[in-house]
Structure formats: structure tokens, C-alpha cells
Design a protein around this ligand. Structure first.
Ligand code: KG4
Ligand code: ZN
Length: 363
């Protein structure tokens, strides 16, 4: 396959992102640039994404972000062979900005457009910088992939590039959503994942530490589904009951750093226990050669550490791929790398069946 330069665009939620990726074949997939404009500051005020605010910010930033991704490469838009863009799942107002921009570029430049599934792109974060093994199907697959983001929690069996089977998903809240909502209960900042993980990291169990215990929902269920809504409610009741027992207001209870850190620690531990347990079980059942992680919650250091430890105990031990934290959260590099692999598979006449991923989204 001739060298292809891809301009990738991502606007599915609250990050406006563009990247340039170049590929020839599986052995030559290169990331040339990446720009992410995060709207986090705007959504801190409301402790969550307000869809209209997100769409308007994408409208403002999409062109500057694309210009910046292209600027230092000494290329002009005409040099691109293909445009790739996230088409879903995501917030419709946000998606439309990226899709309309990509369609316009594709029309004006007369270049093909590759539609990319956002969940699939999170999976492909695992292949960024792994050109050497990308084409070695027999060494990587079957793979079990845990995708945990603000909108999704899914366990996927990947039998090859573009070949997926959904093993399980959340029956209510996504893992990232639970982090965000619990952070709000605890009066911590948005997004909840990083703020919970930061305060939980300061908690040291001492003999006199608070012995808090939260449920591990569905940890022993025979399926690969998850549920996090009850865990969030359990945190709410825990906070209320602790305040009542101590005869203080919730506000003054949470002003006690050690108590808030203890609750955050136990909550994070509960989520990680369930995610790790089900992922390891799926890896065993499906004799996975690789376990992969993706989505914003995969940036969680505790989850990464526990999975590494647990994987070591599986015999035979599968490889564990964990993307760099900035590739776990939303970005356009993963859109470009996924588009590259799609192009290569098309060229090799391999079927790409992304429709097998459940596209149902909560956002
Ligand atoms: O993948 P992502 O950037 O956007 C979606 O596709 O949803 O994921 C965002 C989610 C948020 O819920 C955020 O709280 C969570 O990922 N997150 C984390 C961490 N960093 C981001 N959750 C736990 N620990 C983290 N370090
Ligand atoms: Zn995402």
C-alpha cells in the first residue's frame, strides 16, 4: 500500500481534537501530530458536560485545532489522502461539528472520508506505537478489551482487526459516570476520575483508620455485565449515615480530609475490584493472548496496577497492553490509527465488522 496521510478529527464529547497519522502497512503506522483542546475548565462550573456548551466550544475551536495539527508538518490540506472522523457514539451536537467539518474537507479536497466508531478508537489506543506487532494476528488475538469511559463500560472479545464480540456491558451507569457522580457527592472537582484518584492516593490505612466497606456490585455474577448505579447510591448513604452518627452536617464531615480520602479510596477500590475481576475472568474463559484497556477510566493508576498484578497470576499469562494515559482519554490519534488499520485491512481484503460492537450509548 502506498503511503497514506490521514487527517483525523474527534469531537464526540468535550475534547476538540485533530491529529495527523501516516501509514503504509501494519509495520509503518506513524503519528505525526496531535492537538487536543479540552473543555474541562468550562464544565467544572457545572460539574458535568452541558451538551450545548460543548457544541458551541467545538464550533469555536475546531478550525484552530486542525490548523495547529497541520502547521508544523509543512504539509497543506491537499497533501492528505483521507479524512477520518468520529461518527458516534457521542453527544449529537458535539459529533455534528466534527462530522460537518470532515465532510466539508472531504468534499472540497475531493478525498475519501472514513467514519470511525468512538469505542473502536478507544480500543485502537492499544496499538499506537506498536507497529511491529500490529500485523501479527496470531500473537495478539484473541484479545479481551475492557473499555471504560464516561459513557461506556464494555468487555469486548476481539478476534482480529475489526472483528468484535460484545461480552458484557454496564446495565446502568458507566464507570466514568460513577466516578464523576461520586466526586460530586464528595464535593470534589470535575472530572471525577482524576480528583477521586488524587485524594484516594493520599489515604494511608492506619490502625485507627476508618473501616468503610462499600459493595462490589455483580462481582460474582456469572455474566460479564457491570452495574455502578447502586455503588453511587451506597456512597450517598454512607456519607449521610457518617454525618448523622457524628452529629455533624455533611459539609463539615467532608471538610475532614481523612474521611473524604477514606471514602474515595474505598469507592475506587470497589470499582477496580469489579473491573479487574470480570476482565481476568473473561481472559481465562476466552483464552486471551492479550488483555487491553481503553477509555478515560483506563488512565486510573490503581486500575492499571491491579490489572498488572492479577494478570501475572493467570497461567498461561496473556500480554497486557495499557495505552499511555493521554491516549486513554479522548484524542484524535486513536481515530487516525484506527482509520489506518481499516485502510490496511480493506487493502488486504480483510473484513471489518465494527457493527458487532454494541453502539448503544448512554450519552
Ligand atoms: O474516554 P473519555 O475521555 O470520554 C468519554 O468517551 O466518555 O472518559 C472520560 C471519563 C470521565 O468520566 C473521567 O472522570 C474518567 O474518564 N477519568 C478517570 C480518570 N481520568 C479520567 N477515571 C478514573 N481515574 C482517572 N485517572
Ligand atoms: Zn471516549
Amino acid at each position: 500500500m502506498k503511503n497514506k496521510k490521514i487527517l483525523a478529527i474527534e469531537t464526540s464529547c468535550d475534547e476538540t481534537a485533530a491529529a495527523v497519522v501516516e501509514c503504509e502497512g501494519f509495520k509503518n503506522v506513524k503519528v505525526l501530530s496531535s492537538v487536543v483542546y479540552s473543555q474541562i475548565k468550562m464544565h467544572k462550573i457545572t460539574r458535568g458536560v452541558v451538551p450545548e456548551v460543548a457544541s458551541r466550544a467545538h464550533i469555536e475551536k475546531i478550525i484552530p485545532v486542525i490548523k495547529k495539527a497541520v502547521k508544523d508538518l509543512k504539509v497543506i490540506l491537499k497533501d492528505f489522502d483521507t479524512i477520518a472522523v468520529t461518527v458516534g457514539p457521542g453527544l449529537i451536537g458535539s459529533l455534528l461539528v466534527g462530522i460537518d467539518t470532515a465532510k466539508t474537507l472531504s468534499f472540497v479536497l475531493n478525498k475519501p472520508l472514513i467514519p470511525i466508531n468512538h469505542i473502536e478508537a478507544h480500543i485502537y489506543a492499544n496499538f499506537v506505537g506498536k507497529s511491529k506487532i500490529l500485523g501479527l494476528k496470531s500473537k495478539i488475538f484473541p484479545a479481551v478489551v475492557l473499555i471504560v469511559s464516561g459513557g461506556h463500560t464494555q468487555l469486548v472479545l476481539m478476534r482480529g482487526h475489526g472483528n468484535y464480540k460484545l461480552l458484557g456491558s454496564t446495565i446502568d451507569d458507566a464507570a466514568g459516570e460513577a466516578f464523576d457522580k461520586v466526586a460530586s457527592i464528595l464535593g470534589l472537582g470535575y472530572p471525577g476520575g482524576p480528583s477521586i484518584s488524587k485524594i484516594a492516593g493520599t489515604y494511608k490505612r492506619k490502625p485507627k483508620s476508618y473501616k468503610l466497606r462499600l459493595p462490589r456490585p455483580m462481582i460474582d455474577s456469572s455474566d460479564f455485565d457491570f452495574s455502578f448505579s447502586g455503588l453511587k447510591t451506597a456512597v450517598l448513604y454512607l456519607v449521610r449515615n457518617l454525618a448523622k452518627d457524628k452529629g455533624v452536617t455533611i459539609e463539615s464531615l467532608l471538610n475532614n480530609h481523612r474521611i473524604t480520602a477514606a471514602i474515595a479510596f474505598e469507592f475506587q477500590q470497589a470499582v477496580v475490584d469489579v473491573l479487574a475481576e470480570k476482565t481476568i475472568k473473561a481472559a481465562r474463559v476466552y483464552k486471551a493472548k492479550t488483555v487491553m484497556l481503553g477509555g478515560g477510566v483506563a488512565a486510573n493508576q490503581h486500575l492499571r496496577k491491579i490489572l498488572k498484578q492479577k494478570i501475572k497470576k493467570i497461567i498461561p499469562r496473556p500480554n497486557l497492553f495499557i495505552p499511555a494515559p493521554d491516549l486513554c482519554t479522548d484524542n484524535a490519534v486513536v481515530i487516525g490509527v484506527c482509520a489506518c488499520c481499516k485502510l490496511i485491512c480493506e487493502k488486504n481484503k480483510n473484513n471489518w465488522q465494527e457493527a458487532r460492537i454494541n453502539l448503544k450509548s448512554k450519552i
